[in-house]
Design a protein around this ligand. Structure first.
Ligand code: DAH
Length: 358
């Protein structure tokens, strides 16, 4: 019978020499497996005299323990080496410069949202968002558009299936319901801008059923129309990146504001291109007004204590205007060639200091 000490040192030598997890596993099976050399020795114990068995079993068990320990230690070492090798082969050099020609592009709508929110954030506005699927109260009633109000027809609303309680959710027709949600969520003052998707049953060369708006709302004490004009004028100057923008506030009607106005900016259309800020033409860009007392009452705000102004602006058209994009529908075609042409570099976030669009 083989000497256990001799066998142990042979096996330990083989374990130490195993160069991979696979050969190590083969060595384990050869030593401790069902037909392994240690296992075979164990099987001989049964036929031994009690005295001899006791001494032999003690030595054999100790050898087996040491071999098991050696197997485990070698396995740890090999695993760590394998991991190190893999980490080395998959190493990423994070100091390499980005490769803009390979990066995705920012959609003009996202770019314009980033620009507009950047401008208003610098004026102290927060960004708010609300759900695309709205209820009647937030989209209409609380905004002073009761069920039989003619303004509901103006909205070409997408209605969803009736709920068990008889109510019908809608795809929001404007971002104005987020005014209501914001005022319900906490006490005034409020100063928010709300970019988001809006929906109307309308589809032609200049309308898509889904489009984008950005809403603004300020609620504070002693707020008047001068604040509204100043805020929007500052916005237009920053957004169109020109020194001066001549604006025109035209009386208009919205149920949720009183007085209401539509805002046009001066532009020049001669020579096939639109230049903003000067010229002989006017271009309508947004609707606005002083928040109607009934809207404040609908959310439990006392109109004698608090006043405010609001505005709503279509983003898609203004993006087309600013970046000379001719066709609205291409915005939503998900055509990569179009996006490469009209999109923006992903790493160039618009900042007021660094320039919004370049
Ligand atoms: N919600 C209006 C629309 O979709 C736009 C609008 C007009 C929003 C005046 C306002 C506002 O907040 O004061 O046509």
């Amino acid at each position: 019978m083989q000497d256990v000490t001799e066998l142990e040192s042979e096996l330990l030598g083989r374990i130490a020499a195993a160069g991979s997890l696979e050969t190590l596993e083969a060595e384990r099976v050869a030593a401790l497996g069902r037909k392994g050399r240690i296992t075979e020795l164990m099987k001989t114990l049964g036929g031994m005299e009690p005295e001899a068995r006791k001494a032999f079993a003690a030595g054999l068990n100790q050898a087996k323990d040491r071999i098991t320990d050696a197997l485990n230690a070698r396995k740890d070492g090999l695993s760590r080496a394998a991991l190190d090798a893999r980490l080395a082969s998959e190493r990423v050099d994070v100091t390499l410069p980005a490769r803009p020609e390979q990066a995705g592009r920012i959609h003009p709508v996202s770019q314009v949202v980033d620009e507009i929110t950047e401008i208003f954030a610098a004026m102290g506005f927060n960004i708010a968002e609300g759900p695309d699927i709205e209820d009647d109260f937030h989209n209409f009633t609380a905004l002073n558009i009761p069920p039989d109000h003619p303004a509901r027809q103006m909205h070409d609303t997408f209605y969803l299936a009736e709920k068990p309680d008889g109510s019908r959710p809608v795809l929001r027709t404007h971002t104005s319901p987020v005014q209501i949600r914001t005022m319900q969520a906490g006490p005034p003052p409020h100063r928010i801008v709300v970019p988001g998707r809006t929906y109307r049953m309308d589809s032609d060369a200049t309308h898509t059923p889904m489009f984008h708006q950005i809403e603004g709302l300020v609620i504070d004490r002693d707020i008047h129309m001068g604040h509204l004009k100043g805020t929007l004028e500052e916005f237009c100057r920053a957004f169109f990146e020109v020194e001066r923008v001549t604006m025109r506030f035209r009386p208009s009607y919205f149920p949720f504001t009183e007085p209401s106005a539509e805002v046009d900016i001066r532009c020049d259309r001669s020579g096939g291109q639109i230049r903003i800020g000067e010229g002989e033409d006017w271009l309508e860009i947004l609707g606005c007004g002083m928040v109607h007392p009934k809207v404040l009452q609908a959310v439990g705000i006392d109109p004698d204590q608090w006043q405010g102004f609001a505005w709503g602006m279509g983003i898609d058209r203004i993006a087309m205007l600013k970046y000379g994009i001719p066709d609205l529908r291409a915005f939503f075609d998900a055509d990569l060639r179009w996006l490469r042409h009209y999109g923006f570099a992903a790493l160039d976030l618009p900042t007021l200091g660094g320039g919004l669009s370049r």
